[in-house]
Ligand binder design. Structure first.
Ligand code: SAH
Length: 221
């Protein structure tokens, strides 16, 4: 056993079983989502010191002071998004690229935006190494969405906003779904599922979460 009680002689297959079991026990039950998560090795998205903790159900630090989300939260958000195979998906907050990689197995095309150029560049390298050719990653302020490619079937925001950003709501197709963490502070945030109806928007509160904030403007880093 290692210090944190995890077996140190675990095989890759046992590690994967434990990873998937943790997801299921935290409510990720959609088979398509579990299959996509089984296909994406989280270890490819965590560099440096924390790489060995990639298979634990916890958020971990990545470059630029950001975090790769907890796998079960990634799973629950992906499940709430109910992605269909023909969908065009927009993600705000590329971070490590892990969430986008999972979406790439479920959707036709994924556009992902981050305000840190370095994170975008590193994620692009990882997508290339993994042969994920249906992801387009770019550096920009994601609060404005991606008007050139709008409307989107699905939008996922992986940083917390005070309110769902107006431009993103406007870039959602009718019948489309957006999942976004919303909250005024670091400590109180809720995951919200927004469905665009013909006549307006339906808001459903899913669960409390904790994300880094959505920050205005592009970073110089
Ligand atoms: N989805 C990521 C985790 C995202 S962490 C993963 O799977 O690893 C949140 C990310 O949102 C950070 O990388 C941060 O740089 C980015 N972010 C914050 N505000 C932003 C904005 N206005 N536009 C684009 N990205 C933003």
């Amino acid at each position: 056993m290692t210090e944190d009680g995890l077996p140190d002689d675990e095989t890759a297959a046992e590690r994967k079983m434990r990873f998937l079991f943790a997801l299921r026990s935290r409510g990720v039950t959609d088979t398509r989502v579990l299959t996509a998560m089984e296909r994406v090795d989280r270890g490819s998205f965590v560099r440096g010191l924390f790489a060995e903790r990639a298979y634990e159900d916890m958020p971990l630090p990545i470059a630029c002071g950001q975090t790769i989300s907890q796998p079960s939260v990634v799973g629950l958000m992906t499940q709430a998004l109910n992605v269909q195979t023909r969908d065009k998906v927009l993600e705000i907050g590329t971070g490590s690229g892990y969430q986008a990689a999972i979406l790439s197995h479920l959707a036709r095309r994924v556009y992902t935006i981050d305000r840190h150029r370095r994170l975008v560049r590193e994620a692009q390298e990882t997508f290339r190494d993994l042969g994920l050719v249906n992801i387009v990653a770019m550096a920009a302020d994601g609060s404005f969405g991606l008007p050139d490619q709008a409307p989107f079937d699905r939008i996922i925001v992986t940083a917390a906003a005070e309110d769902p950003p107006g431009p993103l709501l406007a870039q959602l197709k009718i019948g489309g779904i957006m999942v976004v963490p919303v909250g005024q502070s670091d400590t109180v945030q809720h995951l919200i599922k927004v469905t665009r109806l013909e006549t307006g928007y339906d808001y459903e509160e899913l669960r409390p979460v904790r994300f880094v904030p959505l920050v205005e403007g592009i970073s110089t880093e």
